[in-house]
Design a protein around this ligand. Structure first.
Ligand SMILES: [Zn+2]
Length: 102
């Protein structure tokens, strides 16, 4: 997975196409990410006791294939290549501006 928590991503497919948001969680096993404000569904909650029925909005995870990482340097949706950094850690390089994406 090239997308990590707290990355900013752009939705490229689906009903939220063109919108951006920060990644709240990643689900590598399912190939999905949860993005703040993206893929919101309304769920009806049944009335309980004194409180009436209410509609709760929550985000559902979206397929990683439907989002693109937005580069922290050039602010464009970036194709990313992995590179091993000097300290042995894995870095992500934006193919637009060749900068390391934090
Ligand atoms: Zn860039």
């Amino acid at each position: 997975m090239k997308i990590r928590k707290n990355d900013n991503v752009l939705v490229i497919k689906g009903k939220d196409k063109g919108r951006q948001g920060p990644v709240q969680s990643v689900f590598p096993g399912r190939g999905k990410v949860l993005v703040e404000g993206i893929n919101i569904v309304k769920q009806h909650r049944k009335a309980q006791g004194m409180s009436g029925a209410e509609i709760v909005e929550k985000e559902l995870p979206v397929a990683v294939a439907n989002v693109m990482l937005v580069c922290t340097h050039c602010q464009k949706p970036a194709k990313v290549s992995n590179r091993i950094m000097g300290d042995g850690s894995k870095g992500r390089i934006c193919k637009n501006c060749e900068e390391v994406i934090e």
